[in-house]
Design a protein around this ligand. Sequence first.
Ligand code: SAH
Length: 499
Amino acid sequence: MSGLGKVYLIGAGPGDPGLLTLRGKEILEKADVVVYDRLVSPAILGFCNQKAKMVDVGKMPTHHKVKQSEINKLLVQFAGEFPAGIIARLKGGDPFVFGRGGEEALELVAAGIEFEVVPGITSAISVPAYAGIPVSHRGIATSFHIITGHEKAESNGELSLDFETLAKCPGTLIFLMGIANMDFIARRLMECGKDPKTPLAFIEKGTTPYQRTVTATLETAGATIVRENVTAPAITIMGGVVELGKSLAWKKNLPLSGKRLVVTRAAKQASGITARLTALGAEVIETPMIETRAVDVNFDWATLANFDILAFTSTNGVESFFRQLFAAGFDVRVLAGKKIASVGKITEKKLLEYGIRCDYVPEDHTGEGLGKLLASLPVDHSRILLLQGNLADDTLLKLLPQATRWVVYETLPVAELPEWKREAVAGADAVVFASTSAVENFCAVIPAEAGISPRTSFCIGRMTESAARKHGFDTVTSDETTMDSLVKKIAEYYAGEGA
Ligand code: SAH
């Protein structure tokens, strides 16, 4: 062991979070530090270990950009600060395709720091694919070439491209970072003999909900960029394969394409609505407004001996209970001989992770079901221990009045959002609220500074609606108090807007 952390150069892919590799996700989930670039989407940042230190070296064109030499130094510094830690260097696309990953790796080698490369799906190939353009195609292009449209020669400050060779090249030409210089690039290619009628496509923000394809020819390239206001990040693809996009463009314009929505539900409940909104084309930023924390009370663990049955009503309860049991220096052997009850299958599965099989799980997976089941047992009810959160209702205690309850975790409002999430929320089109407490917590964390946060909200229920209005949101409320009804309402709202 070198006593230094290990650095992972990870490719985040072109934008669609589904295009991150499994290996990349696995490392992000356990990273101690994540050093990320501007092109990495919020959904991918959302995969990162919540406790990780998140360092934005984003190269916003308008912001101060962290110099490459500083990024290199930062990686070395973090490897020192986190002995045996995991430092994730997360870059758009593939780290070794115009990502300067090689320079970072060289710096790590020089500093004696262990590293690993996790390749990513490069935008050069995947972005055309999402626009229905194959980079190679039998009979049309037998090679493809990925070119930077950005690198200036040190001698004369001109683009250091060999236009003579490029113009003669029969394969597909793919330019990254080339929008600003494309007028020049196109003119030079034509001067060197490339056919002015060569079809080309600019694909902006490919694979994201904001993807846009604009087509042109070599001779109209510069004018088209200006007219259509093509902006970075975009790639330019040139050659006969571009024509195939007319038949193969498969990515549909969905009802919520181009919309960024904030979902404020707790993580577990959010996934359903997130999946539905994503399927309709939206970019969803999950921002739970409550979090659970283990309660730091010192249970009198000796009194566990007074109980024969331990009942768990949530996975949070299971995790918090064992975390505290272990912290107190005990292990599962203190549960020997006890019966274990669980409210349902998910909690049951969580218990199994700790090597514990449940003796009692009710048919209907509710507190009431569990209470009735336990109440029906021919045992001394005072020897039942309920392990619950602070917000658990009294259903169980009412059915088992002699039982004891230990509060093993607390649910608290989220106090602040990480910087990257704040930014993602600030750029959103609307917020989805399912409860008044979500509205209140959201406004406490993100005060309505002028123009900072979205002012449109989609609400479930009249109470939620009036809370949102009180805080100055425009509201659109679902007809019924279900997620289905709300999702339908959101789609209708944006369909109307487009009409
Ligand atoms: N390592 C990255 C490229 C970094 S250079 C990769 O392998 O994809 C940055 C350039 O990549 C941008 O200027 C743009 O040309 C291209 N790019 C990255 N993501 C893109 C996207 N989602 N849509 C279009 N172009 C993208």
